[in-house]
Write a protein that binds this ligand. Structure first.
Ligand code: AMP
Length: 389
């Protein structure tokens, strides 16, 4: 069969690893990125979360590392969790190749362990900009011979204020390198960065076809703030499978999680206020289905790659269209069907919902917003990924 990874002429060790990971057919973004990246060309890729982007850049990079023992890669990602996931995927791909060693450089973890690992001259370096820069300043990390640079979710890294660190890090890399840069959105800012970090990049923009994207059922519910918790209880008792509930602040995450525990739900909160080992624990236990519900803030849930999340509940509606996409992208992964319910409590939120879904914004929404605590204004629609924020 031709539509498999074999068509790319990958090293057999990598093909074996992909088979063990149960990756049989490339996703759309993989099919576009892999052959071009294997030729050595720079890439500016835009694709949504859950599309298989991590493997899209990892496969060609690992394939080249397997052939060239002297080569190395630096991957920068916005959050610790995403960096961990990338490192995990790349480690699985190189398992069995003794000359390929991975190091994960993220904040919140003991630096001593990272220093020891760095002394083994790892050729796969994955990290967040803050900690990578820290190691550069200490002199524990040298990047002047780096062959490949991957900037994952660059838009998010800029949103999080990492642009200066990224700039400093890239100045330490050789000009002769291959750079793969990915962003969920391609605005003027990203184009400007692409102009300075990339050389004649191939532009890859994978629009997910409508029939592929309908695997997330989106619903909205207009409700007053005071009615939200009761509705949440009802919704949780009728939904099966893992649930991620989004709220806007750390305090709210703790509070809702506590209230749900009082109502006998097995639930944990995850947010940026937790220590790294606590966050890890929550993710691990959730992944292993020790409990089915987590209450999260946007930053904490960014990049969470857990296939079995069935429902996303926006207890607090996000403030930006982009966050909405990222949140609901936590479900419906790898072809599974997912559900996303948004509680909408103000005219502004209703407006944003409509903008996100390319619906006309009614005048009435700005003035007289009627709130309801029932399901009479319950709306359902298939997920369309084609909007542009
Ligand atoms: P990503 O967009 O990189 O976060 O990947 C989304 C999910 O798809 C992850 O759970 C991956 O393990 C999975 N995945 C990526 N590529 C493939 C593939 N070719 N076949 C099956 N699953 C995949």
């Amino acid at each position: 069969m031709s539509n498999t990874f074999q068509k790319y002429n990958l090293p057999s060790a990598l093909l074996g690893a992909l088979a063990r990971m149960q990756y049989e057919h490339p996703t759309a973004i993989q099919d576009q990125v892999i052959p071009i990246a294997l030729t050595g060309q720079d890439i500016l890729g835009s694709s949504k979360t859950g599309s298989g982007k991590t493997a899209a850049f990892s496969i060609p990079v690992v394939a080249q590392l397997m052939h060239r023992p002297d080569a190395s890669v630096l991957v920068l990602a916005p959050t610790r969790e995403l960096a961990e996931q990338v490192a995990g995927v790349m480690s699985s791909m190189v398992s069995g190749c003794k000359h390929l060693r991975t190091v994960l450089l993220i904040g919140g973890e003991p630096i001593g362990k990272q220093l020891m690992r760095l002394r083994t001259n790892p050729n796969i370096i994955v990290g967040t900009p803050g900690r990578v820069e820290d190691h550069l300043c200490r002199g524990s990390l040298h990047l002047h011979k780096t062959t490949f640079l991957v900037l994952d979710e660059i838009d998010r890294m800029l949103d999080m204020g990492f642009s200066i660190q990224i700039d400093k890090i890239i100045k330490r890399l050789p000009v002769e390198r291959q750079t793969l840069m990915f962003s969920a959105t391609l605005d003027r800012n990203i184009e400007r960065l692409a102009g300075s970090y990339l050389r004649q990049p191939a532009r890859i923009n994978v629009e997910i076809a409508d029939n592929e994207s309908k695997n997330i059922q989106e619903e909205s519910l207009y409700i007053s703030e005071s009615g939200k918790f009761q509705v949440l209880l009802e919704q949780l008792s009728r939904r099966e499978g893992s649930v991620i509930i989004f709220v806007k602040t750390q305090m709210r995450a703790d509070h809702i999680s506590y209230q749900l525990q009082q109502a006998n739900f097995k639930v944990r909160a995850i947010h940026g206020g937790l220590k790294q080992h606590q966050r890890k624990r929550v993710i691990k236990d959730f992944r292993n289905k020790h409990y089915a519900i987590i209450v999260a803030t946007d930053v904490a849930a960014r990049g969470l790659d857990i296939d079995h999340i069935k429902h996303v509940i926006n207890y607090d509606f996000p403030q930006a269209a982009e966050d909405y996409t990222h949140r609901i992208g936590r479900t419906g992964r790898a072809g599974a069907t997912g559900f996303a319910l948004s509680m909408i409590a103000s005219p502004q939120e209703k407006r944003l919902w409509r903008i996100i879904h390319n619906e006309p914004v009614e005048k009435e929404e700005r003035g007289s917003f009627r709130q309801s605590s029932g399901f009479n204004r319950f709306k359902s629609r298939p997920f369309r990924r084609s909007f542009s924020g």
